[in-house]
Design a protein around this ligand. Structure first.
Ligand code: UDP
Ligand code: MG
Length: 337
């Protein structure tokens, strides 16, 4: 690895997306403040309320009113975790930026270690979950997903990497240039390169409640990751088509050999084998067509160039004299069509 050049740091921003977290929010905020308190940097915490239906927005507004370090951002509806993080990245102005979940599963205690690695010269500090206690039903699909993604994609991703990472200003600015609608931030950050460090951690349980990330959303994220970081599914048709071509050739040779050996009588009208081939070929064509359908669908949504999120309000804490309140970075204003 090339020589690292140490960084200096004066301002640190934290981005935390929140969706229906009213029960654990105050406890989490308390934990976070205990870690941030002794840090000698100018700190701003961006809580992004991702269209919660409960009191999350109100609580965040209250926190922003009594603490100048807090900015409560209200999105106009639930846009999803990745879009909420994007809103935070667009707004933040710190030299280093940390994004993390607000349910306690990304322990704030790791923040000082992440900052240390940044100061040593790493532009990206990625955390990696090491968790044997995770339910098999969740661990195996996740391991299989990363295995597949690293096999067929052209960007290598750390298995178990969480959306709990520190990015230097240069990396955040580069990320802001990437305005794709279907976002898989883990992959986008890996794609950018830059000197990175990996910090393993044992994830604690949620402070309260159940995950708000539904299975459907999780599947959508997996789809976005697989299809936006790999074109292999589109090329799978070539391989499968080639295999069927070889099978057909083998059959022609077999039939011709029976003819030449004068054993034509052995050739029964093979209904079952014909049916088998028909089903296999039909199924394969349908699957490959659906891959193309998924890509066309994703392209259709990308070309509309809709904003990734919409902000309704921003509550910034009362600013200290001499320190400017954060102003929203320009958000894409293409009109939705
Ligand atoms: N979250 C969000 N928008 C959503 C779903 C979740 O901002 O549509 C937030 C949520 O409040 C939490 C983080 O994203 O801070 C991770 O969500 P969750 O704990 O449900 O996911 P998991 O830990 O199971 O991956
Ligand atoms: Mg969680």
């Amino acid at each position: 690895m090339s020589q690292l050049s140490p960084h200096t740091l004066s301002s640190l921003d934290i981005i935390i997306p929140m969706f229906n977290e009213e029960d654990g929010l105050e406890k989490f905020h308390h934990q976070l403040c205990q870690v941030l308190g002794p840090l000698p940097y100018r700190i701003t915490v961006y809580y992004v309320n991702d269209g919660s239906h409960d009191r999350t927005g109100k609580i965040l507004e209250g926190l922003a009113e009594c603490d100048p370090r807090i900015v409560a951002v209200d999105l106009s509806r639930n846009f999803g975790h990745q879009a909420a993080l994007t809103a935070g990245f667009d707004l933040c102005q710190g030299e280093a930026v940390i994004c993390m979940d607000g349910d306690g599963q990304h322990p704030p205690d790791l923040i000082p270690q992440m900052v240390d690695l940044y100061l040593q010269g790493f532009d990206i500090v990625t955390t990696q979950r090491i968790d044997d206690r995770q339910a098999v039903l969740r661990r195996w699909p996740s391991a299989a997903f990363y295995w597949l993604l690293n096999r067929i994609g052209n960007t290598q991703m750390v298995p178990g990497a969480a959306d709990f990472r520190l990015l230097g200003r240069e990396v955040v600015d580069a990320l802001k240039e990437m305005r794709e609608y279907h976002r898989f931030l883990r992959g986008m950050v890996a794609w950018m390169g830059y000197p990175s460090a990996i910090l393993p951690y044992l994830p604690p349980d949620r402070l309260v409640g159940k995950p708000t990330y539904s299975l459907r959303r999780r599947m959508q994220l997996a789809r976005d990751a697989l299809f936006s970081f790999s074109l292999i599914p589109l090329q799978a048709g070539l391989l499968v088509g080639g295999i069927f071509f070889l099978l057909a050739l083998a059959e022609v040779i077999y039939v011709a050999s029976l003819w030449l050996a004068g054993e034509r009588a052995n050739l029964e009208p093979g209904w079952s084998s014909l049916m088998f081939m028909l089903l296999i070929v039909g199924g394969t064509i349908t699957i490959l067509l659906s891959f193309i359908g998924i890509y066309v669908g994703l392209i259709f949504q990308e070309v509309k160039r809709r904003p990734i999120y919409l902000i309704r309000t921003i509550h910034a804490g009362k600013t200290e004299p001499g320190k400017e309140a954060p102003s929203p970075a320009p958000v894409e204003t293409t009109s939705p069509n």
